[in-house]
Design a protein around this ligand. Structure first.
Ligand code: LRH
Ligand code: MN
Ligand code: MN
Length: 384
């Protein structure tokens, strides 16, 4: 038994939208061979799992990933060795939603938004998904534009309607974000607001922490710890950021922050599959190759978890009890500074996986074969 056995059963869910073309509001760059439909997105995601053993599920975004036959899509995924994961409801691309969706002043628009979720719950039944992930893009640009309090009341009522439609094995994951697409005030700007709504709804409502959705300098691992204490950390949307909601590769901007987050996860035993925390990626690869970027991302999460598992918890507890500030910090840093790359490559090899999954992907010829096969199609991605 070694500390790294704690990685057994750990997996990261990948987003379908990471495989399509993406960009900023200034430009979407196209890449050769990107998927033309949800089937091809799942095929690309399956490559990440085939080479790492770490990405067994794919999140879908509705309606981006809408298909006619959901059980057929489910079967397609299963043939490729992966499962369909969280269903994300899209509330940010309809003209009707200019002034909000679940918080909109007009009850007809709120009803439309609620019914979209009821449809998502039906889809979950067909795909076998348990998680309904809601990111609420509602908010205000100008003080006085609408009643801050009235919007919370409307939101609570809309969420209640959605919550009541959930099956016993289904849950809501409620995401927060402090800015964008509105800039004066968002209707779920922070973990406190999300948690309050979850507590009012009931046990099947938990918070999603997207690492790119906080003000610079926020102590994210504190939020992780607090939500775990309450048993309400449902999921992560991992990515990294330098300025805003950059959606860059997790662990690229601040690997130490990712380690600190994973340290809180390990301290609570929340890395174990039984914890119910869904570790997801939410990223866009605008300029880099998408499949290798996703491979790198899941490996970065695994590496941060591996380092957190190396923390000598007993020595740390002793140093903390004795008030030995420097020793406690040194114990944490010793784990962070350990190079685990060879040990993780050994683990992969022992499981019949490539030591270097990115290299193995490049050698596989998959990228050039899909580039040839997918020529001329309409590419799926943001807004598709
Ligand atoms: C919003 C968000 C949310 C959406 C995704 C595409 O910024 O993080 O999770 O579903 O991006
Ligand atoms: Mn997100
Ligand atoms: Mn985001």
């Amino acid at each position: 038994m070694t500390a790294l056995d704690g990685l057994d059963g750990f997996g990261v869910e990948v987003p379908s939208w990471a495989y399509g073309n993406s960009g900023t509001r200034f430009k979407v760059f196209t890449q050769p061979g990107v998927p033309r439909n949800p089937y091809e997105k799942i095929a690309d995601a399956a490559q990440v799992h085939r080479l790492t053993g770490l990405a067994p599920r794919v999140s879908l975004h509705i309606p981006w990933d809408a298909v006619d036959d959901w059980s057929d899509l489910r079967e397609h995924a299963s043939k490729l060795g992966v499962r369909l994961g969280a269903i994300n409801s899209n509330l940010f691309q309809e003209d009707d939603y200019k002034l909000g969706s679940l918080c909109h002043p007009d009850p007809a628009v709120r009803d439309h938004a609620v019914r979209h979720h009821l449809r998502c719950i039906e889809i979950m039944r067909e795909t076998g998904s348990t998680d309904l992930k809601i990111w609420l893009p509602d908010g205000l640009n100008y003080p006085g534009q609408d009643s801050l309090r009235g919007r919370q009341d409307r939101l609570a009522e809309s969420l209640r309607r959605i919550y009541h439609a959930l099956g016993d094995d289904q849950r809501i994951l409620l995401e927060y974000k402090f800015f964008e697409p509105y800039f004066y005030s968002m209707d779920i700007p922070d973990w406190g607001t999300s948690l309050l709504h979850c507590l009012a709804l009931g046990e099947k409502a938990t918070v999603v922490l997207d690492t790119g959705h906080h003000a610079p300098g926020t102590n994210i691992e504190f939020i992780v710890m607090q939500l775990l204490r309450q048993g309400r950390l449902g999921a992560f949307d991992f990515n990294s950021r330098f300025y805003a909601d950059d959606d860059l590769i997790v662990g690229a901007a601040d690997p130490f922050q990712l380690f600190r987050i994973m340290s809180e996860i390990v301290a609570a035993g929340a890395h174990l599959p039984s914890s119910g925390v869904n570790f997801m990626l939410d990223q866009c690869h605008n300029i880099e190759e998408k499949i290798p970027a996703q491979i790198r991302s899941v490996l970065n999460v695994e590496q941060a978890l591996a380092k957190a598992l190396l923390i000598d918890q007993e020595a740390l507890a002793t140093a903390q009890r004795e008030g030995d500030v420097l020793a406690a910090n040194e114990i944490l840093m010793a784990a962070y500074e350990t190079d685990v790359r060879a040990a993780l490559a050994d683990r992969r090899e022992a499981r019949g996986l490539p030591r270097d999954p990115v290299k193995a992907f490049k050698a596989s010829g998959y990228a050039s074969s899909v580039a040839a096969e997918r020529v001329g199609g309409t590419q799926a991605g943001w807004g598709a």
